[in-house]
Ligand binder design. Structure first.
Ligand SMILES: [Mg+2]
Length: 363
């Protein structure tokens, strides 16, 4: 069985955990750059605050709302603690974003998955003072939907064999890769519910969603073969590297390669409906010495345009020997969820890249 863990109102909860004065009060963490609320406490949600909502509107709606700037280093620290409780039970952990992840309990020696899920949430509540929701199911899709269906502080287990019945009555947007646009397309074809998607022949679905039809239908039946992507390092990242045919001495060539990799990697990040905060540049000199340099954005982003301006100084910091470069790599890490996504039309992006979903990772 697989458990999906998803922290509730994560940034706001961490702020409340870190400062007792904020507990029980309507608070929100504001995205500075884009002026939107990135996370709202449940007290604030009761007053009509939601994400993403323009901060100005939130203040107007709720004058006593406490809006804090995001402290992402703190959220990353809490995240490491939070997942450490899952690692106590299994090394099979896939951390998909700062506050979400899967763990596989198939090798569990004693106890039930439910008991383990309970132990983990209790430890997190006690030590970190934040609540999480968990879903238990036989695959990623079912466990993820189960964790999100009745937040906060929920625990839903879907028994093996009940996957299809569990999904059947839910709206189609619970299926992977079904964003607002695709959801609308399916709805206007009479497929508002997952049950209706499941009952539609593949050939019909293909007319609506192209090559995704077969997989979409499988998902609608509660079938999901996607394996957990377990990292040696307990963090997901997006990386790519390029070896030059001949050693490079010109900065412009390296920058051009970085632009290309940034475009590729951020497209993958968007396809996964995520954002990132940290950028790491790696160079390999022609004498095989490696050097890496990192920098972090003030707040997470999913756009290559946000990191282009950083390349020149990052490269200057990394390339401090007068030796030519054989290989260059770029890595995006500190992965966050969808709230920092840009508003670009992303559905096409996602569909196009669905087939190349295997991520490339390095070091
Ligand atoms: Mg969450």
């Amino acid at each position: 069985m697989i458990v999906h863990l998803d922290a509730d109102a994560y940034f706001a909860s961490v702020e409340q955990a870190a400062d007792p004065k904020l507990r029980g009060r309507p608070i929100a963490v504001g995205g500075e750059k884009r002026g939107i609320i990135a996370s709202a406490s449940y007290e604030a949600r009761k007053l009509g605050i939601y994400t993403p909502m323009p901060t100005a509107r939130a203040r107007k709606l709720c004058p006593k709302l406490i809006v804090l700037p995001g402290d992402f280093e703190k959220y990353e620290r809490f995240s490491r603690f939070m997942f450490s409780y899952a690692f106590d039970f299994t090394p099979e952990v896939e951390i998909t974003s700062i506050d979400e992840g899967y763990f596989d309990l198939k090798g569990l020696r004693k106890g039930t998955p439910e008991a383990v899920a309970q132990t983990i949430r209790k430890a997190i509540a006690q030590r970190l003072k934040i609540t999480v929701s968990e879903g238990i199911g036989s695959n990623k899709l079912v466990s993820q939907v189960a964790s999100k269906l009745q937040k906060p502080a929920s625990l839903i287990q879907v028994p093996r064999g009940h996957e299809r019945d569990f999904l059947a009555p839910l709206p189609n947007h619970w299926l992977p890769n079904v964003g607002p646009k695709l959801s609308g397309t399916l709805k206007s074809a009479g497929l508002a519910l997952i049950r209706e998607v499941a009952q539609t022949p593949v050939e019909m679905l293909a007319l609506l969603v192209g090559g995704y039809g077969r997989q979409l239908r499988e998902f609608a039946h509660g079938i999901d073969q996607r394996p957990l992507v377990v990292e040696k390092q307990p963090a997901k990242s997006y990386g790519e590297q390029h070896t030059f045919e001949s050693d490079v001495n010109e900065e412009a060539v390296l920058i051009a390669q970085l632009y290309k990799m940034a475009d590729n990697l951020t497209a993958k990040v968007r396809e996964d409906r995520c954002s990132f905060r940290t950028i790491t540049l790696k160079l390999r000199y022609n004498d095989m010495q490696d050097v890496t340099r990192s920098t972090s954005l003030e707040e997470p982003s999913d756009l290559a345009e946000d990191i282009f301006p950083l390349f020149s100084s990052l490269l200057k910091k990394a390339w401090d020997r007068r030796v030519s470069v054989r290989l260059i790599g770029l890595k995006l890490s500190h992965i966050y969820g969808s709230v920092f996504r840009s508003e670009l039309p992303l559905e096409a992006d996602a569909m196009k890249r669905l087939k190349m979903q295997k991520k490339s990772h390095w070091w």
